[in-house]
Design a protein around this ligand. Sequence first.
Ligand code: NAD
Length: 419
Amino acid sequence: MTYDLAVVGLGYIGLPLAQQAGAVGMSAVGYDISAQVVADLMAGRSHVDDVSDADVAAMRAAGFRATTDPSVLGRSSTIVICVPTGLTPDGDPDLGSLREAVRTVASQLRTGTLVVVESTSHPGTTEEMVRPLLEEGSGLVVGEDFHLAYSPERIDPGNRSYTLHNTPRVVSGCTPLCAKHAVAFYSRLVETVVVARGTREAEMAKLLENTYRYINIALVDEVALFCDKMGIDIWDVLHCASTKPFGFTAFSPGAGIGGHCIPVDPRYLAVKAETEGFSFRMLSAARDVLGRMPRHVVQRAADLLAGEGKPMRGARVLLLGVAYKPDIADTRESPAFAVARQLRDRGALVSYHDPYVPEFVCDGLPLPRCEELADGLAEADLVLLLQDHSCYEPARLARAGCPVLDTRGRTAGATVTLL
Ligand SMILES: NC(=O)c1ccc[n+]([C@@H]2O[C@H](COP(=O)([O-])OP(=O)(O)OC[C@H]3O[C@@H](n4cnc5c(N)ncnc54)[C@H](O)[C@@H]3O)[C@@H](O)[C@H]2O)c1
């Protein structure tokens, strides 16, 4: 059996890619080192928010299969690498999975194959790390025997308007011919392909996009801290500033940033800059501000409890929404971890409600889960809205029998305080 596409890494990026390939009539196979991920997909179970079990069943019916056997890579005309590029426990870029995946691809590589990296990384990764590993591991040469490209994924989990298909796709190649092959491949999958000058420009474009969000969120967080000190309503400030029809894009303050991208990608940029002897001052300032937000939220919570004559120690604090963004189940790098940790450190009895997250373990200790929102709202001493999942209707929160600290600025009422 031969395949049009082999996806390496079947997570938030890889699985929707395999799905889209099937939808346009490509034969697709998925290779993953996780036996659990493969078994789940083969049994029709999805572990990715944007792909339902029914979607996986449809993919399976159309011929998709997942496997831990890397030999499928040698039978695929295009191989796209979608493995994680996270951080080490010390907060440094961790390219271990990407290196391992590239070595696996190299061991199976055949003449004529197009290899694409979609994983986010610092500029130079494709040319300086991926290319030599592929060439040395396979004995083949880029641009002559096989094609190598970089195309950053822009998927926004939970976004129903912009999908893989209608989000413009940046594509680059190590040689003009590599780029041409990559453009031909992505043109079948997406509406708009944008060709970057080279792989470093495409890698940097991805980091710029996410660093832009990182720095602007930090900016509005710092404005919120200043407004708090001055007694100014940050939400009204944002409402007013947002009416400017040009030159201003609103970002919201909150307990912090989360997910696999926004807190992670700027670190890749910062560390690469350091190795080049370049000091990226915006990044360190933003990191500092973002790191202060969980503490600020916890202090605001303590102040609200004090206003009720209650100490933080022993107070029942209910966290609403522990995922890192609305209406998804992903808790990776969620600011809820830092908030829960600091509340616990101050002696609070912390529980959580999140319809999407069945278990939330912070520092090895699971937080008690509130199953019924109504019960949680009735029993808590303080409710802390961290994530505005659509189930958290403002009117319902406004009727809670205790103070509500809303870090998303969407609720109003006598018992509600906005961050
Ligand atoms: N999640 C997002 O919203 C998003 C958006 C844009 C870009 N990205 C980038 O896409 C990349 C993938 O992220 P993700 O969120 O899909 O990750 P993920 O953790 O959801 O999935 C990655 C998958 O790769 C598998 N894997 C790990 N090492 C492997 C190996 N050596 N060989 C084969 N499979 C391997 C894992 O088992 C896992 O199933 C990252 O670089 C990320 O920064 C993510």
